[in-house]
Design a protein around this ligand. Structure first.
Ligand code: C5P
Length: 317
């Protein structure tokens, strides 16, 4: 029996701008994505049968083909039938720490870990770019999750340009357990409210997407200017999520008042994050949120920006 254990970290959006519609029904985006240390652990174990099995520590998660990790294994089996036949099926154990439906790409990261792990287990030898191409079939955020770190993401979110990762920035994540925002709902609502301002001309779209490369956020990241990184956080989806989810708006305001480098909602929410210049500032922010919002359903995590994506922790042959 062969096995691989991998880390599967979460991401936050330091920047998310919606530029326009795409012919495939998705949106043209200009984003800056950032891995954080908060991670799930994925165990892959070979099976003697040609089955794909998923087990997870979170009973809320599906274990059938609705789970993106299952879909990643099914995609690898379909793309590489000889390796699947030779090495057999796989049992995927997901030890869940990243909150689900949170705008933190937990499911996307799990799928990325399965692609990376099966590539190794089945000795296929895919390049990072080949892994990213497969990943884009599973979801817009999955390609980024492979190498992680810090990257500009344009197009559907899968056209990636790596950036240097800022060091020593601590992050407090806050999420109400009972508030899950549908990503599809957030984008549809944004389209119905702001679609009339979308860029329609291909040339304008390209130049708007290119503009993120020379944006003040990229400059702040390259110069490791923590204050500016905090000040230049941006997420267009806040315009539709915050008015519809007053508790998320209240959490966002509480973070704002807690004295951090900057605060923003991640992806389509409902997680709100605060960037902090030190671990002690992050602890203070966490404490202040706990005091100002005496809400039993609010979970808080203290984590850190991270410069890597999926990592192999151990393997047996
Ligand atoms: O790609 P993924 O399945 O993660 O996207 C989830 C949903 O988010 C899509 O169904 C779509 O409604 C929306 N989306 C979008 N434009 C993007 C990425 C996601 O409209 N670039």
């Amino acid at each position: 029996m062969r096995s691989y254990t991998l880390t599967s970290p979460a991401k936050i959006n330091l920047y998310l701008e919606i530029l326009g519609d795409r012919p495939d029904g998705y949106h043209e985006l200009a984003m800056i994505l950032q891995t954080v240390e908060l991670a799930d652990k994925i165990d892959l174990r070979s099976l003697s049968t040609e089955d794909i099995r998923v087990r997870t520590s979170n009973p809320q998660l599906p274990t059938d083909n609705k789970n993106l990790a299952y879909q990643a294994a099914a995609l690898m089996a379909a793309e590489f039938p000889e390796a699947f036949a030779q090495y057999g099926g796989v049992e995927i154990n997901i030890d869940k720490h990243i909150p689900i439906a949170a705008g933190l790409a937990g499911g996307s990261s799990n799928a990325a870990a399965v692609l990376v792990g099966l590539d190794l287990m089945w000795k296929i030898g895919l390049t990072q770019s080949e892994l990213e191409t497969l990943a884009s079939q599973l979801g817009s955020d999955v390609p980024f999750c492979i190498a992680g770190g810090t990257a500009i993401a344009t197009g559907r979110g899968d056209d990636l340009s790596p950036l240097p990762s800022p060091e020593d920035i601590y992050v407090v994540l806050g999420k109400y357990r009972h508030i899950e925002v549908s990503t599809a709902w957030a984008y549809q609502t944004y389209r119905s409210q702001f679609g009339s301002s979308y860029v329609v001309n291909k040339q304008d779209l390209d130049s708007r997407a290119a503009a993120v490369h020379s944006s003040s956020m990229v400059s702040a990241i390259v110069h490791e200017d923590k204050e500016q990184i905090g000040q230049k956080l941006h997420n267009d989806l806040e315009k539709v999520v915050l008015p519809n989810y007053p508790q998320v708006a209240q959490l966002r305001q509480a973070f704002q008042q807690a004295g951090c480098l900057g605060t923003m909602m991640s992806g389509s929410g409902s997680t709100v994050f605060a960037l902090c210049e030190s671990q002690s500032q992050a602890k203070q922010v966490q404490q202040q949120i706990r005091t100002s919002l005496t809400e039993p359903n609010l979970d808080l995590w203290l984590t850190r920006l991270c410069s890597t994506g999926i990592q192999v922790l151990s393997s047996t042959r």
